[in-house]
Ligand binder design. Structure first.
Ligand code: SF4
Ligand code: SF4
Length: 104
């Protein structure tokens, strides 16, 4: 399958498929640049267990269990592969897969 931009130029979408929770610092930069609501901040406890999604505007410490926050890809199917999230991540903890490899 071939992919093109509006003017017909070749374009290969690079879909975000995962984020390494061990290296993600939960800075939120990827979330801010993404227009597709693909990922969300989640709270994590001391053992690395995911406590749940952090709701914007709420100061939820998950009943004192919160250790840190990480970004999780929880809506991968909405990604259009624009690559904006990869450009702003300071920790290089995201994995992207080219559209032709996913389709194969
Ligand atoms: S590649 Fe683009 S659409 Fe996909 S998650 Fe990153 S910023 Fe969002
Ligand atoms: S930009 Fe990178 S380090 Fe920051 S929240 Fe997103 S994946 Fe994590």
């Amino acid at each position: 399958m071939s992919y093109t931009t509006r003017d017909g130029s070749t374009w290969m979408p690079e879909y975000l498929v995962s984020i390494d929770g061990g290296t993600c610092i939960g800075c939120g930069r990827c979330y801010k640049v993404c227009s597709r609501d693909v990922m969300h901040l989640h709270g994590v406890d001391d053992e690395g267990e995911v406590l749940g999604k952090v709701i914007e505007g709420e100061d939820d410490d998950f009943d004192g269990e919160l250790n840190r926050m990480i970004m999780i890809v929880d809506n991968a199917g909405a990604c259009i592969g624009c690559g904006a999230c990869a450009r702003v991540c300071p920790k290089n903890c995201q994995s992207h897969v080219a559209a032709d490899r996913l389709a194969a």
